[in-house]
Write a protein that binds this ligand. Structure first.
Ligand code: SAM
Length: 257
């Protein structure tokens, strides 16, 4: 359980936002006053506190790193891609302007930002995230974060975030309704070098991709279904994906419907 609050001495706007977010997450809003986080964990018997600050949303929980939205490597990846360098996901998906992409595992949104930039204003990127706190924080970040590059900011604003489980979303989706469907689940074994994944891990859904969802994804995708996993992961064979790209720590597998 969590509570939502503000930083010390909030503006009226921050307070109103905190109340609205608490309401949307069906959790308690509490006035911050002078309370320390440790005091709040004990007083409200919660795992963590979501704080609305001038800079955006921050989630704090005892013993874990702070969590806040950041576009992570997407900005660097897009700089490189704009210069004509390859991006492993764009290449694995054969992404084109105007494509419609279903990102089943939004996480911090880095892959979705790259997809949205590449598919452009004529494309569509829907990002699914099963965890309400993550979906809320990442949706808010994608709406408000300023990267300093207007085209990247526009790409972030275009992403449609939905707080739902891909299992139910895919089962209900029409056949051939997206060009590309992407799965990037939490790896069965964590890659410890990734700071973003360390921030994400305590909040993320660790469930492995199930065969039924892959079967639906193959029905829903017009062109390609992608799976990102650790290099040499047995998940590719278990779920029927052919590996087409490997780096030192991860790989992309594909199924062409
Ligand atoms: C490895 S992260 C994805 C990282 C993302 N590709 C990025 O670029 O930031 C996996 C995310 O998928 C979410 N997730 C896992 N299973 C899910 C499911 N069944 N439905 C929706 N989201 C799910 C997790 O909570 C986590 O946030």
């Amino acid at each position: 359980m969590i509570v939502v609050t503000t930083s010390h001495e909030p503006s009226t706007k921050e307070k109103e936002k905190a109340v609205a977010i608490a309401d949307s997450l069906s959790v308690l809003y509490v006035d911050r006053d002078r309370a320390s986080l440790d005091k709040m964990y004990k007083q409200y018997e919660v795992d963590g506190v979501l704080i609305v600050t001038k800079q955006g949303l921050r989630y704090e929980s005892s013993g874990y790193p702070s969590f806040f939205f950041h576009p992570n490597l997407s900005v660097v990846r897009l700089k490189q891609w704009s210069k004509g360098e390859n991006d492993a996901m764009v290449r694995a998906a054969n992404l084109l302007e105007g494509d419609q992409v279903l990102d089943c595992t939004l996480g911090m949104g880095a892959d979705a930002i790259v997809s949205s930039f590449v598919t452009g204003a004529s494309g569509r990127v829907v990002g699914l995230e099963s965890e309400p706190l993550l979906a809320c924080m990442v949706a808010e970040g994608l709406k408000n974060y300023c990267s300093g590059r207007p085209a990247v900011d526009e790409a972030m604003r275009r992403i449609e975030v939905m707080n739902c489980n891909y299992r139910s979303y895919l089962a209900k989706s029409r056949s051939n309704s997206f060009d590309v469907v992407v799965f990037d689940p939490m790896f069965r074994k964590t890659v410890y070098g990734s700071k973003a994944m360390q921030m994400l891990k305590p909040l993320a859904n660790p469930t492995a991709v199930d065969e039924e969802s892959v079967a639906h994804a193959v029905r829903v995708a017009r062109r390609r279904v992608l799976l990102k996993e650790r290099k040499n992961s047995s998940e590719f064979a278990r779920l029927g994906f052919k590996v087409i790209h490997q780096s030192s720590s991860y790989a992309w597998g594909v199924i062409d419907p």
